[in-house]
Design a protein around this ligand. Structure first.
Ligand SMILES: [Zn+2]
Length: 181
């Protein structure tokens, strides 16, 4: 996993922690790693606990709760392949997407400020990323109820065009984080 430092736009490698899709979790008893064969146990709290296939605890489990799993099924982003438009994106585009992942709904001037890029550049990137389906425009009437980053005041602006990350944008960002290390 990688993280952006918004100040200098340097990619910093973080730990190689295993990131699973939502509602999957690694069992603590046997801590499987990607070279292990795995089996899922559907727990009573609606999680699929991922065990090594030879974990002793599975012998006690109700067979009806066991699920065949492979790492490709459960790793976040592992089975996703972006379209050809992925290769049009540069490091600043990913920084913009990352900004929306971190802060949610925002508008071009704020993004320009946060990433220290020219306003016009932020406007154009927002438009282009929206046309690519990586960002979506958000209705101002929703935004006006959001508490602002600035001085902790309620945002009342209606003049700005607000953007937020789409599922496609999240997937592209995730893919970038996995494959650019
Ligand atoms: Zn186990």
């Amino acid at each position: 996993m990688l993280s952006f430092s918004a100040d200098c736009l340097i990619l910093q490698p973080m730990t190689d922690e295993i990131r699973l899709k939502e509602s999957y979790t690694l069992a603590k008893c046997c801590s499987p790693s990607p070279e292990d064969k795995i089996v899922g146990y559907f727990s009573h709290d609606n999680y699929l606990k991922v065990h090594r296939h030879d974990c002793g605890n599975l012998k006690k489990a109700e067979p009806a709760r066991l699920v065949a799993l492979s790492w490709d099924d459960i790793l976040e982003g592992a089975s996703f392949t972006p379209g050809p438009d992925y290769h049009k994106l540069d490091a600043t585009d990913f920084a913009v997407l990352q900004h929306h992942l971190d802060y949610g709904i925002d508008y071009s001037l704020m993004v320009a400020k946060a990433l220290a890029i020219p306003r016009q550049d932020a406007f154009e990137r927002h438009k282009r990323l929206k046309d690519q389906g990586l960002l979506k425009r958000v209705e101002p009437r929703i935004v006006q109820y959001r508490k602002g980053i600035v001085d902790n005041k309620w945002i009342k602006h209606r003049n700005h065009t607000y953007y937020d990350l789409t599922e496609k944008g999240k997937a592209y960002l995730e893919y970038h984080q996995i494959h650019s290390g």
